[in-house]
Design a protein. Structure first.
Length: 393
């Protein structure tokens, strides 16, 4: 397949080869990330048709894989030889408040800078003082520049005062390296750090890992691609309008060319396995509605790769007061396998929403939001899952 706006004869293949080597580490890795089926010699034959089909042209493909700055792309950091990927611990994951990777000792920061390249990925697990469901689990990934400074430069005045007022953090982690991007691991795909990085944690030198970081080997770095991630805000960087969860292969790869969303506030999840969910709004439903709720709950019925991340996205739009969304029903929470496609989940969602419109036990509040009693909510959940299970594409 020719690319009319591409390169001189042979140039297309050379451009693809450069991307495969520099960004993905090999042709096989490039094909695996994109889900292209060919292997061995067949990859060379099929590569250009795949690129033109998925990206529009070889030139666009190459431009999307060109570094806009001196930072490595995230996938490039994973596939570098050796990987430009590290491991450390935080008390919690909040780069929207702390836009830096902090070291208590300046020589530890210097060692990280000298041993890494700009764009290094740092995998974060919950330290011993983290929340119980985060402790010793992988909870996030940050991408670091080589810009250094004092911690106070990369956090708000409020957060700085809070940090210095806490005996556990006062005067710690002030030798900072600026974070450029960050991704939280969806709660459903968190894994124990010992499983994620068995070699780096073999000696259980937790204090050393937390203070200086540990470099990950090839197999451990590749484990990032088994996670589901959601990009989050970083303090001091341009705010994200909305970010949806997806597989690390989708989230960390460059965006493919395609139609531009017409909405500044809605971004749809990529195709892939989905869970049904029903969220409920905690707090005084009568006060929220402005009319008697009569014991009914305000709920949202939908589907997502990560219901908990969907919940957190909705809660981020609320002030931290009396109302927040909680997961009432979720396939992920019940240990159910995700439905294989969006079409399966959409069929289930439609049935849930239909049941939640049935009066007198429930009614629509517009969109995916409903007022319903618990009996009707449970009926909706059961009916939606039955439909999704039995759906035939």
């Amino acid at each position: 397949m020719s690319d009319k706006k591409g390169y001189r004869p042979g140039g297309d293949a050379q451009a693809i080869a450069r991307v495969a080597s520099n960004y993905y580490g090999s042709y096989r890795n490039m094909f695996e990330v994109h889900g292209w089926p060919e292997r061995g010699n067949q990859m060379m034959i099929a590569q250009q048709s795949h690129v033109v089909r998925d990206y529009g042209s070889v030139r666009v493909f190459e431009e999307l894989h060109r570094r806009p700055t001196d930072l490595m792309f995230p996938m490039g950091a994973i596939y570098a030889d050796p990987p430009n990927v590290w491991l450390t611990s935080f008390y919690g994951f909040g780069p929207w408040n702390w836009g830096f990777l902090g070291f208590t000792q300046e020589n530890a920061r210097r060692s990280f800078i000298e041993s890494s390249a700009p764009g290094a990925l740092v995998v974060i697990y919950g330290a011993s003082k983290a929340a119980e469901d985060e402790r010793y689990n992988v909870i996030g990934v940050v991408q670091c520049s080589h810009v250094t400074g004092h911690a106070q430069q990369f956090m708000s005045s409020e957060q700085w005062l809070k940090k210095e007022a806490d005996p556990d953090s006062k005067a710690k982690w002030n030798h900072a390296v600026k974070v450029e991007r960050a991704w939280r691991v969806t709660p459903e795909t968190r894994v124990p750090v010992r499983e994620f990085a068995p070699d780096a944690t073999a000696n259980e030198a937790w204090q050393h890992i937390g203070a200086r970081g540990a470099k990950l080997n090839r197999k451990e770095a590749d484990n990032i691609l088994k996670l589901d991630l959601q990009e989050v805000d970083v303090y001091g960087q341009t705010a994200l309008l909305h970010a949806v969860p997806g597989s690390a292969r989708e989230i960390l790869a460059p965006s493919k060319a395609g139609p531009v969303s017409q909405s500044a506030y809605t971004v749809r999840e990529g195709e892939g396995p989905k869970h049904l969910y029903i969220l409920s709004l905690s707090g005084d439903a009568t006060a929220f509605l402005g009319e008697p709720a009569k014991g009914h709950l305000i709920v949202k019925a939908g589907f997502s790769r990560s219901p908990k991340s969907r919940r957190d996205s909705l809660n981020s739009a609320f002030p931290n007061f009396a109302f927040k969304w909680e997961v009432l029903h979720s396939g992920a929470a019940y240990g159910l396998d995700a439905y294989p496609t969006s079409a399966h989940a959409l069929a289930g969602e439609k049935v849930m929403q239909k049941v939640l419109c049935e009066t007198p036990h429930a009614r629509s509040l517009g969109g995916e939001f409903f007022l319903a009693d618990r009996i009707q909510i449970n009926r909706a959940w059961e009916a939606g899952n039955k439909t999704a299970r039995e759906f035939k594409p």
